[in-house]
Design a protein around this ligand. Sequence first.
Ligand SMILES: C[S@@+](CC[C@H](N)C(=O)[O-])C[C@H]1O[C@@H](n2cnc3c(N)ncnc32)[C@H](O)[C@@H]1O
Ligand SMILES: [Zn+2]
Length: 376
Amino acid sequence: MRGPGDREPGVRPSCGSGTRVAFGGRAGAGAVLVTVKGHGRHHADMPAASRRTSAGAHGKDAMHSITPAVPPVFRCPVCAEPLERDDRTFGCVNAHRFDIAREGYVNLLLAQHRHSKDPGYSKEMIAGRRDFFDAGHYQKLADGVAETIASYLPADGPGVVVDAGCGEGYYLRRLRHLLADRSREEQTLLCGMDISKHGVRVAAKRDPKGLYAVAGTYRMPVLTDQVDILLTHFSPVSAADFRRVVKPGGIVLVGGPAEGHLYAFKELLYDTPAKHEVSDLLGTEPGFELIGTHSIRYPLSLHGPGQVANLLLMTPFYWSVGDETRAKLAAMDHLDTEVDVIVHAYRRTTTGQEPNEAGREAAEEQGEGMGGVEDW
Ligand SMILES: C[S@@+](CC[C@H](N)C(=O)[O-])C[C@H]1O[C@@H](n2cnc3c(N)ncnc32)[C@H](O)[C@@H]1O
Ligand SMILES: [Zn+2]
């Protein structure tokens, strides 16, 4: 097996004229490096006409902290008209209203689009992820993703970032942290959506300045051509809806496992674990052009009771391992493995057709719950 030390830490071999961005410490053991292939995008500034007053934040503080230059983001899941916010609800011109929960999120997932009583990641899985993130194991990863997002943000003017399948919101919080450090937070609306209400609840509670909704990735309640950067990180990919909501020139970032990701952990679960095959998920889809790949790699050392078991909760292996393996992992308090993640960056090149109902159903059937890069 290849160990984490077999290659220069954090560096993924790349061809072409890539640049390498280092952050999170010195280059060397434990440092993380992001390899960037291709070049960042610079799409045109938002037209002045679209700079309307924001309804896109919740809570009094949040209403004041989001710049008025950010346009509304949500659309009504019933009639597709823009959703405006008041103190307690989001509502459209056709009087469809959606209550804002105590934690600050809104549920825009209609009952007829819910395929189970409690869709998406369960309360237990979200709690496991929260504990794992809180222990800092993925901070370098999240900061790498945040750095990647920031590199594609419009140079000036407002920006809208949507995390589709945001889970408990860790990646958006790390992005907010980075933007605050660079005095860019006020210009940027961070919006997270997930089909799991447990995830969205935690995300909204922990990021009162963000905009959060329970919503599926295959029917995003987001206005057409409204998003500057859409992230889907280890979550489902919906080419049709991404094409619709991302503005021309905007960016879709698809983060997922590269071949060495958590390999030593997989060895605990399977006799001969497979290396993950990286695929360019949107490369063959109309309306997307691959403009860069960003690799984030570093050795990961877990210590302490419950951390290895929490790692299982972070992965789709959770569904496939038996009780014996679970017990073995629960008893472990140390593991050395490797984070090896690749983020594909696509520019939205053309305006796509909105999918019809049959197209949506087909995409959903194929992908819901385990679709896209989550399937590893
Ligand atoms: C592996 S987790 C990744 C969460 C987050 N992006 C992260 O990296 O921490 C996958 C997430 O996708 C969500 N999910 C699954 N199917 C979905 C769908 N059809 N629409 C939106 N979210 C979905 C799950 O609820 C879960 O939170
Ligand atoms: Zn409506």
